[in-house]
Design a protein around this ligand. Structure first.
Ligand code: NAX
Length: 328
């Protein structure tokens, strides 16, 4: 067997962790023949629950699972990590202002950024799922000066997958017929799912839908507010689908996106499409060899421009807020 790939997961005792860990250990991230060692980070009070999850991982006897380590010290847990999935975050609680949320998460993501900087493997790739994901990724990246900025990303793949599912249902096509979906901007209600560059069976998706009112008044808000709809129905936030999207995102990043298609990833803007350089914003990207490239040359009409700009403006506000707090 080859040397195991060390996959660190934070918030490992949480809801998303409970789905994510088993899928990684069963080989869905890197393939059944690639051994993985899980490095699981939790806060001290959750370590006991995490021990129970590890017992269940043991009980699955996954052939590809070469080992599991748990702990509450990111310096130890991130040691030698090749992949870091930052899922754990401070949720917004009653009475908490947005600034308080950014500050609470700032403390987590500054410390984790530094720990990754000092202890992760040279080839580490980092995906932030914990909200506010884009800005948490910006904080971690800014506190890890020795890690190339293109190794940081935030998850908008769940939004991307939600957009594919909504479009497929509308046009009555299988999800496999849909290509080139794009989520632009922030993983928040301002995100912009773009049908103008997507395709259904090779045909432009906006044309295939042929209904601007559905696109504007149903599709965009349904995708953007899907998280809230799931909380309303399930009584807790999306977990299995978020874990699945975290797998899709990281697998495609490491192993490459499909020919003739692209995926949505929130990555550091290089100024493409007028998105201020340095923000972690969602773009259409192709991936290969563990790297990504932002798809270039898409025409952005006024409708799309206004929506991309609104979401990017929110990202800039969040960046300004965490700058003021001294987090970046
Ligand atoms: P849970 O509250 O079930 O689990 C979070 C876990 O993180 C808890 O076990 C907690 O102890 C742990 N944690 C908190 N601070 C930590 C720290 N400093 N180090 C390590 N662990 C820490 O939340 P869950 O439903 O699993 O969601 C996790 C995060 O994903 C949340 O921030 C949530 O908002 C976010 N989401 C992001 C999505 C995306 O598409 N980007 C979609 C799903 C989800 O809402």
């Amino acid at each position: 067997m080859s040397t195991p790939v060390k996959v660190a997961v934070t918030g490992a005792a949480g809801q998303i962790g409970y789905s994510l860990l088993f899928r990684i250990a069963s080989g869905e991230l890197l393939g059944k023949d690639t051994p993985v060692e899980l490095r699981l980070l939790e806060i001290t009070p959750a370590l006991k629950a995490l021990e129970g999850v590890v017992m269940e991982l043991d009980d699955c006897a996954f052939p590809a699972l070469a080992g599991v380590q748990i702990g509450d010290d990111p310096d130890v847990v991130f040691d030698g990590a090749n992949v870091a999935l930052l899922v754990g975050a401070r949720p917004r609680t009653k009475g908490m202002e947005r600034g308080d949320l950014l500050e609470a998460n700032g403390a987590i993501f500054t410390a984790q950024g530094r720990a990754l900087n000092d202890h992760a493997a040279d080839d580490v790739r980092i995906t932030v799922t914990g909200n506010p994901a884009n800005t948490n990724a910006l904080i971690a990246m800014s506190n890890a000066p020795d890690i190339p900025t293109e190794r940081f990303s935030a998850l908008t793949r769940l939004d991307h997958n939600r957009a594919i599912a909504q479009l497929a249902a509308k046009v009555g096509a299988p999800v496999t017929d849909i290509r080139r979906m794009t989520i632009w901007g922030n993983h928040s209600a301002t995100q912009y799912p773009d049908l103008f560059h997507a395709e259904v069976g090779g045909r432009n998706a906006a044309e295939a839908v042929g209904d601007q009112s559905w696109l504007e008044n149903t599709f965009i808000p349904t995708v953007a507010k899907r998280g809230a709809a799931i909380i309303e129905a399930r009584g807790s936030s999306s977990a299995a689908s978020a874990a699945s999207a975290t797998i899709d995102h990281t697998r495609d990043w490491l192993l490459g996106s499909a020919q003739d298609d692209w995926v949505s990833m929130a990555v550091r803007s290089d100024g493409s499409y007028g998105v201020a350089e340095g923000l972690i914003s969602s773009f259409p990207v192709t991936t290969a060899g563990g790297g990504y490239e932002i798809v270039q040359g898409l025409e952005i009409d006024d409708f799309s421009r206004a929506r991309i700009d609104a979401s990017v403006a929110e990202l800039a506000e969040e960046r300004d807020a965490v700058t003021k707090l001294g987090l970046i």
